[in-house]
Design a protein around this ligand. Structure first.
Ligand code: GTQ
Length: 347
């Protein structure tokens, strides 16, 4: 699998001849195709929120959310420049909606998540329901659901966008359409999806076409409370501290079929054991501070900084204070395809 085949003039001539017929000899490319371990162009990287914030405020003067459709700065992995990818399979960006602005209604095959970084009280509407967002809230926009964002507060609102754009691109399965209305009609009262599905009760004959969660805002106050209660019980995992996955109450699976999302508490002074997995992961600390060692590099982080861990690179985290980290990856896809692997070192 890992051996290089000898070059001879006859072989080289043969390769050139078949090249014109759109043919390639497998034995010349096999080693790059089937690698003994994941070999990714994706690199570890950290973006400081303060720097992104300054550029976004500048962008706020250059273009409106309406003209841009979405005023977003894309987080491009340094190993994957020009492809709008933060990992090989996922996209990430930071979106700004200024006071009084609307990011107009559209829908697309791509699934999206928002993780709110700064600002309180702007809204997003998904599939006829409006939700107000605040820092730490995790909001989903399932595939082909209409969505628009608006900010009726007096402060700019920033959030992290995570989408499965590269996955959909890989499958050549992208459909999108805009609306004639900037904002979709609100057809359900605020809190409707949470009232229906967020209380451990489901309609007895529930049948849903979508694999995405029927709840589209997972508010931070509930998330934080769940972490705090577990903290009181000292339930630490050597590799993860305390890590939970956001789940679809109708199935128990991840909140979205293509993107897995997690929230993690690392108590003050905790240093994780080394861990690696095949799902390259984007991290967004929302509270606390510390550092993560990814491969051979160490990255210091604080609230709202954003960093990426490539597939199969060893990672350890260290928290200087009680720290909460949101993260997302393509784990649901890899698990469904029997591809997901993890390695806990010896922990
Ligand atoms: O808010 O709908 O960062 O459609 C990229 C594409 C955000 C959105 C992005 C999108 C959106």
């Amino acid at each position: 699998m890992d051996h290089a085949v000898q070059k001879t003039p006859e072989r080289e001539a043969f390769y050139r001849k078949i090249d014109g017929e759109n043919l390639t000899a497998l034995w010349t490319v096999m080693g790059d195709l089937i690698t003994p371990e994941p070999k990714s162009a994706c690199r570890p990287h950290l973006w400081r929120f303060d720097a992104i914030r300054d550029y976004m405020m500048e962008a706020g003067k250059l273009i409106t959310a309406k003209e841009a459709e979405r005023r977003v700065l894309v987080l491009e992995n340094p190993g994957l420049r020009g492809q709008s990818k933060i990992t090989t399979s996922l996209y990430a960006g930071v979106q700004l909606v200024m006071p009084g602005e609307v990011a107009p209604a559209h829908r697309h095959s791509q699934s999206a998540l928002r993780f709110i970084l700064e600002g309180k009280g702007a809204h997003t509407s998904v599939d006829g329901e409006r939700t107000i967002m605040e820092p730490g809230d995790f909001v989903i926009t399932p595939s082909m659901k209409w969505h628009d964002h608006g900010n009726q507060t007096s402060e700019p609102m920033f959030w992290l966008d995570g989408l499965d754009i590269p996955l959909v691109q890989f499958f050549d399965a992208s459909f999108a359409e805009g609306s004639t209305e900037d904002e979709q009609e609100v057809t359900r009262p605020a809190g409707d999806s949470f009232a229906r599905y967020g209380r451990n009760l489901l309609p007895v004959d529930l049948k849903r076409a979508s694999q995405a969660s029927p709840i589209f805002n997972y508010p931070y106050n509930y998330t934080r409370e769940a972490l705090e209660q577990a903290k009181a019980r000292d339930e630490w995992d050597a590799c993860h501290g305390l890590k939970l996955k956001f789940s679809n109450p109708a199935t128990g699976d991840f909140a979205m079929p293509t993107i897995g999302t997690f929230i993690q508490l690392l108590p003050k002074g905790f240093k994780t054991a080394r861990y690696r997995s095949t799902d390259a992961t984007v991290f967004a600390p929302i509270e606390g501070g510390g550092r993560s060692r990814i491969g051979e590099q160490t990255f210091e982080w604080g609230p709202r900084d954003l960093f990426v861990v490539p597939s199969w690179q060893w990672v350890t985290h260290e928290a200087d204070e009680d720290s909460v980290l949101f993260s997302f990856s393509d784990r649901p896809v890899q698990q469904k395809l029997d591809l997901f692997r993890e390695d806990r070192g010896n922990a």
